[in-house]
Structure formats: C-alpha cells, structure tokens
Design a protein around this ligand. Structure first.
Ligand SMILES: [Fe+2]
Length: 180
C-alpha cells in the first residue's frame, strides 16, 4: 500500500494541511522506525510501522482545527477514530487500530465514560507493540512546531494534565523502547 497515495485521496497535495500532515507523519514514522531498528528482538513489522505511522492522523480533516487548516465539524479528539473509520472503509483494519489508539497514551473506556468524551464507547488503548510504538513516537512531535522534536521532559509536562496513569504509561514506554 502507498500511504501518500491514500493521503492524497483526502487532502489536496498543494494545501497547507497536506504539508503539515505529511511532515508530521514522516517525523513520527522515522522516529518509530529508528526505535524499531534498535530492537530486532521485538520482531516488529517495519513496513507496517512506516505505513501506519504515515496514516495515523489521516482523520484530522474531519475535525475543527482551523490553525492547521481543518474545518470539519468534529472535536479534535475524534480524529483518531474518524481516521480509523476511513481506513476500515479503505480495507486497512490493522492500520485503523493505530489511528484510534494513538491519542495521548491511549484512551480507556473508563476515561471516555468518566469524562464524557465525544467518542464511541470502546477501549482505545494501544495493544500491539507496533501500536504502542507509534503512539509513543507521536508524542515527540506537534503539528505546529513541525521540525522540532520535544524532549522527554517536555512530553511528560504536556501529558501531566491527563493524569498519573498517562504519565506512567509514557514512562513505561521510555524504559521499554529507549532503556531510559
Ligand atoms: Fe500525530
């Protein structure tokens, strides 16, 4: 499969949103691949990682985020499952799981219910190693400061507002993937 061809089906290749989406997704894909190559013992699927990382944010255009050129009607937090719906329709059900499980460090059913998030009531936490790795790599890149990788401390400061569980999960990944 060709992720860029799929992105081009939903985003105008000469648009600012396309530029932001592709640049961000490429940063995430490269970081995820670099980490995966450090861990041959984990046996992760490198081509899947590259494809799914390129597509993890494909749902953003359906959300309301004018600063990155997205004028859809949904809340931004919905971009994961909306991208997943799109990829399922395209026949990529494994890649779809990466989309809907990459927000924060994953969103549990309990979080959806307790915080009454505008999401379908199902667990959206990353499960496979590839899902966890892409979610982890994504935390280092924003869509506003495109070429700047955040430090681990900065990522943790950003995640702290979502609670201890979120920070603990991220710290667990630092240990698992980076040995830190
Ligand atoms: Fe992302």
């Amino acid at each position: 499969m060709d992720p860029i061809a799929l992105i081009s089906k939903y985003y105008q290749p000469d648009s600012e949103t396309y530029r932001i989406l592709v640049a961000h997704s490429r940063s995430v894909a490269e970081k995820a691949l670099a980490i995966a190559r450090l861990h041959p013992e984990m046996g992760m699927d490198l081509s899947f990682i590259e494809e799914a990382a390129m597509l993890h944010d494909i749902g953003i255009y359906r959300c309301h985020a004018p600063s990155i050129g997205c004028f859809g009607s949904y809340a931004y937090i919905c971009h994961g499952y909306l991208g997943a719906d799109l990829l399922r329709q395209e026949g990529f059900s494994q890649h779809a799981l990466v989309c809907e499980r990459h927000t924060g460090t994953g969103i549990s059913l309990q979080m959806i219910e307790e915080q009454q998030l505008p999401l379908p009531c199902r667990d959206m936490q990353p499960i496979s190693l590839e899902e966890q790795l892409i979610c982890f790599a994504d935390k280092f890149y924003s869509k506003t400061k495109l070429d700047k990788e955040k430090s681990i401390d900065k990522v943790i400061r950003g995640l702290a507002r979502y609670g201890d569980e979120t920070v603990d999960r991220f710290n667990g990944w630092c240990k698992l993937f980076l040995g830190e």
